[in-house]
Ligand binder design. Sequence first.
Ligand SMILES: [Zn+2]
Length: 462
Amino acid sequence: MTPAVDAPVTSAGVPAPRHGEHTIRLAADLDTLDRRSLTDLQAGNLATTFAAIAAHPAARRHWFGDREPAHLRDLPLFRADDLARHCPPGSSDLVLDSAESGMVLRSSGTTGRRKVLYHSWAFNDRVAALGTRGARAGAGRHLPRRVAVCLAPAELNGAFGFAMDIVAGLGAQAYPVGSGMDRDELLEVMAEHRVDTLIASPGFATRLLSADDAVARLGHLERLWYIGENVGTERRALLGARLAGLRISSLAYSTSETGPIGYQCTRQHDNVHHVHDDVIIVEVVDAETGEPVPAGTEGDLAVTVLSDTGMPLLRYLVGDRVRMVPGRCLCGSAATRIDIIGRADQTMNIDSTTVSRDLVMAHLAPFGITDPATVQVQVLRDAYGFDLRLLVADTLPCTVTAAQARAELSRGYHLGRVFTSPTYRSFTVERVPPSAFANTGRGKTPFFIELPAASTDPQEAR
Ligand SMILES: [Zn+2]
């Protein structure tokens, strides 16, 4: 394939009709472009996006008000609450076209109102093209051949279809497993067909590979492409210990609202991603003040999705804390790099008290517990009250009793209120394998999770 900077391409890499409606331009291979070409491509796509919005009266009024912005940064930040207020079906102001066709997705917001997105089929094609381009950069010379796609397949969530499109785009063979298949049966299929690549959430992969006979049956598994959340140091080590030589990397950094934001090349580790600079503009800001943070420091990620179809988003705060990575990647790509540090809104309301992940972690640090991926706070609630269960990964070399943890946590002002609440009943600490942490229906392993008090098996949680 040739870098198609001078002509729009469809997901198949075929030049789109010159007189076609949509003129956003994608590079066939972002990593071969120099910084200047990337900047020019992005500027052209931003101009196309602004023109498309300006041509649509409701969208124009919403995004630009009564002025014509000269620069993206003239516009205010767009928050999750703003999107929830202005999204379909209540409002179609943000939808440039195709309010009657395309893909309807809902973001998995943990709090507040849901965000619903109308992505046109043209936008969805681009999502698939970006996902495939990113996966190809991540695969390098080791293209997958047989891929089990173990993601939750529906519930207005696009991840499963996205992964299937990527497998198709790579020309590999897909095993559309979903997330509900019996574990033994899945292991049998993967062993029988010598599936070499697993696409799954980190929680799903950890549970699958923790099965007693998984190692014996999956010796041929070469790669885990995870998506949905960061795999984290502990789980990475655990998975690596189970299957030596397993390549573990992010399939894509993507959200329902924006489509793919980033991808991992072969030289990136942990949660560093390149950005799809041709159609995504990233800014690292202070969400409170709206000001950019000093170069290289942590802040809130604002993403602009360049599109002349579907629902382009301008300066949208996706809710992740990130840091720009300076300099050039070892892979040679000039594409922007970001390090995704974690969710900005890791909080839970426990009996009217808002408790943050950072606060809990601060009070667990004295026990040597510093990685949030090794901890889960479960709130077991029924009509009469709640019990608190603190899960700590048994892979951590530390000792902590319930009494010790409670004493330390109670020092935190907000946390102290939880323990003195009239509906508080009990607090326990359990050391369990990370695979025993409860997952959401969408395969995420949240730091805080609420479960029915009667639940005895945390993996049953939805
Ligand atoms: Zn790179």
